[in-house]
Design a protein around this ligand. Structure first.
Ligand SMILES: *Cc1c(COP(=O)(O)O)cnc(C)c1O
Length: 405
């Protein structure tokens, strides 16, 4: 047999659309919270594929579910339903407020469904004029043209011609501005119940309560984008469960499949009636392989000991980062909840989050950034104490080098 040709990073520049700028290393294998590259160099993974690999890499329950389903049935289309999709939908309704589920393949697609449902509901129930979507600056909702337009960074949606209309962006955590602006023309508010990409910003209790009240007052729907916060990430199965505020529509993806592409929109029975036959759909949505893996992930992540373990691990991270910061003060604060954490750089270190990411990589540690001033941690929800300690030691080594440079 011919030797498999080694593929190198340079090939990316030759054959891939250049909308990403991947690191030089190419990982080839992962197990738990560790990853190995082509040269067999080991990394501790505090990134988790951007809050996706919630059970780490190749967790046995996911591998088992995927292999079992791979021998049974891969795909049907939505002309028929299938057992994994029905079982997963049932479980999602049991673990949330939702009574109805629509399956998609990504976070953006789940949000697209949420926005279309909100628009259709407002048109059916009230009037065609009730179409305003309010969203928040720095929010992120995906890259389809509707969702990227609703996202709060114009840089991502500019330059593609006319945008979907009637979308308003207001500052997050500013209830007075929202109260001034919202009206009976508002169709829905879409928000993250903890902004991820925007820099790990938690909502204040007054803001999140106030948003719900204003929605109720103006017959606007509240859509929580839980693509990043969902499936155990904050220590609740969904983040809203820790906030005392329930949305009308919730989108979920990322950790839902633990690394297998899947997204879902969750809603109530009443709202769901407005997506009648033929109004929306997806070829792959509800795919048996994806749903079988997600079912295994949901079973595992929803265990009380796993959710409690997320809160315990949050403390390991907060204490570890505080210890490093006492020696090499580069951070002003650690923000976020559960294992969606952001260490914000202090005044002297503004703009250098990517330097920390690159220095960590040199030491054998994968971390993320959220903007230019926040180092983000979204590791496996079941990462071991040993791996957290080893990763933090590597983070300390990376920061020491930067600090002493
Ligand atoms: C990642 C993310 C999305 C987009 O998900 P994709 O699967 O990349 O489409 C949407 N909303 C939030 C909050 C996210 O973090």
């Amino acid at each position: 047999m011919a030797m498999e040709q080694k593929v190198e990073r340079q090939l990316f520049d030759e054959v891939m659309v250049p909308c990403y700028s991947p690191m030089q290393i190419i990982p080839v294998k992962g197990q738990g919270a560790r990853v190995w590259d082509q040269n067999d160099r080991e990394y501790i993974d505090f990134a988790g594929g951007i809050a996706v690999s919630c059970l780490g890499h190749c967790h046995p329950v996911m591998v088992e579910a995927l292999k079992a389903q791979a021998d049974k049935l891969w795909h049907l289309s939505n002309v028929m339903t299938n057992e994994p999709a029905l079982r997963l939908a049932k479980k999602l309704t049991e673990h949330s407020f939702a009574e109805r589920v629509f399956f998609a393949n990504s976070g953006a697609e789940a949000n697209e469904a949420a926005l279309k449902l909100a628009r259709r509901y407002a048109a059916d129930r009230f009037s065609a004029d009730k179409s305003e979507i309010i969203a928040f600056k720095q929010g992120f909702h995906g890259r389809t043209f509707f969702t990227v337009t609703v996202g709060g960074q114009a840089a991502y949606s500019d330059g593609f011609g006319p945008k979907p209309g009637d979308v308003t962006h207001l500052p997050y955590n500013d209830l007075a501005t929202l109260a001034d602006h919202i009206s009976d023309r508002t169709c829905a508010i879409m928000m993250e119940p903890l902004q991820g990409e925007g820099g790990i910003i938690s909502p204040t209790p007054e803001f999140i309560q106030g948003v719900r009240e204003l929605c109720d007052k103006h017959n606007a729907l509240l859509i929580f984008d839980e693509v990043q916060t969902g499936n155990g990430r904050t220590g609740e199965f969904y983040a809203y469960q820790g906030l005392g505020v329930t949305p009308d529509i919730l989108s979920t993806a990322k950790s839902l499949g633990g690394g297998f592409p899947i997204g879902a929109m969750l809603t109530t029975a009443e709202l769901a009636t407005h997506l009648k036959i033929g109004t929306h759909g997806s070829t792959y949505g509800g795919n048996p392989l994806a749903c079988a893996v997600a079912e295994a992930v949901v079973d595992e992540v929803s265990k009380p000991e796993v959710l409690a373990g997320v809160k315990e691990r949050e403390q390991w991270f907060r204490e570890g980062i505080a210890t490093i910061n006492a020696k090499y003060p580069i951070f002003a604060e650690v923000r976020g909840k559960g294992l969606l954490l952001g260490a914000a750089l202090n005044d002297e270190w503004q703009g250098r989050a990517r330097d920390v990411l690159l220095a960590a990589g040199e030491e054998g540690l994968m971390v993320l950034v959220a903007g230019t001033n926040v180092v983000r941690f979204t590791p496996s929800l079941v990462i071991s104490k040993e791996d957290v300690d080893l990763g933090l030691a590597r983070l300390e080594a990376a920061i020491a080098k930067l600090y002493n440079a």
